[in-house]
Design a binder for this molecule. Sequence first.
Ligand code: ZN
Length: 373
Amino acid sequence: MSYQTIALPSSSVGSQTYLGVHRFGPSGGKKVYLQAGLHADEYPGLLVAQHLIGHLAQLEQQHLLRAEIVVVPFANPIGLRQRTFGHVTGRCDWHTGQNFNRGMALDSAELIQTLAPNLSEDGAHNSRLLRTAMLQQVAQRTGQMEIATLHQTLLGLSIDADLVIDLHCDDVALPHLFYAHHQPEIGLQLACSLGYDICLEEDVRGTVAFDGSHTQPWVLVQAEFPDHPFASPCFAATIELRGRTDVSTELAQQDSQGIVHFLAGQGLIAASDYQPPACTPQQHGVDQVSLILASHSGLVTYKRALGEWLAADDLIAEIVLLDQPIPQTIEVRSPSAGRLFSQTNHFFSAPGQVIAMVATREAQNQPGTQLAY
Ligand SMILES: [Zn+2]
């Protein structure tokens, strides 16, 4: 067990930010990386990470860890200090406007070029080569903006991991997961360990977030070299820990225990009493999520509760207009049957704003499209 701080390059005279990095378990074998708060104003993950650190410290004392587990409990100190009139606005970087959870993808074409002359029939060898090439590419990044150095530092800690978990939350939502659609089995194991029943499976060949930045190179490199095996590709997931206000000891304890169960199920924590939970989560492609948009500026009032099953054309919400001679409301209806799993907590809408999400069985978006900007 160790705790290290890594100073980020100072962006302004007299100020300094740093990351805290906890390491547990034996290094040199399998590696797990978990971080919280890359969107700095999403607090449930920050609390889950603290509970997880407590669990892992105990498990290490009991000599039960079978992998190196790296935990970065606040992945975005830049966003955490972006406080305006009392509110932390930590989703996007004030300096560049960039979403902190975008723009990290590796250059897979360069990785393919690097690997081409050195691949063999040995999957473990090929995987080692890819992990080494990814680490080198991250180390050679040249961006000097503060957000670029943050991303470089985080990827330097995570890009060679076997398992990557990024903790986020939605506005108001049922708990759900994102992971790459080519790894449904392990995604289901994670969902069942957490007791979540909504899995969103993503085509990672398009725009990717932090999780997809780790799985995309494996997908693109393997597609380029179909005759060469790659052992132990990275699995990465984003866990959406319900909504912003779901910050509680009980939930954090439950979620951190779920992550420990998942790691036990992967053989990375020795737990003789571990039983894989039986469950049947709903699996949806990310492209099957219907984004319900506001058509007008006004106040949103919901007519259906989170978690309800909707039929096509069911009334979800109304937008109360504020600028009409007599009071008027606009109906917002579901375009497809599905389950309402996300609502906004920004009740004053703007046209085009996402005010709800419904998990459906029909294609709603182009594959590879991100649900949020
Ligand atoms: Zn987020």
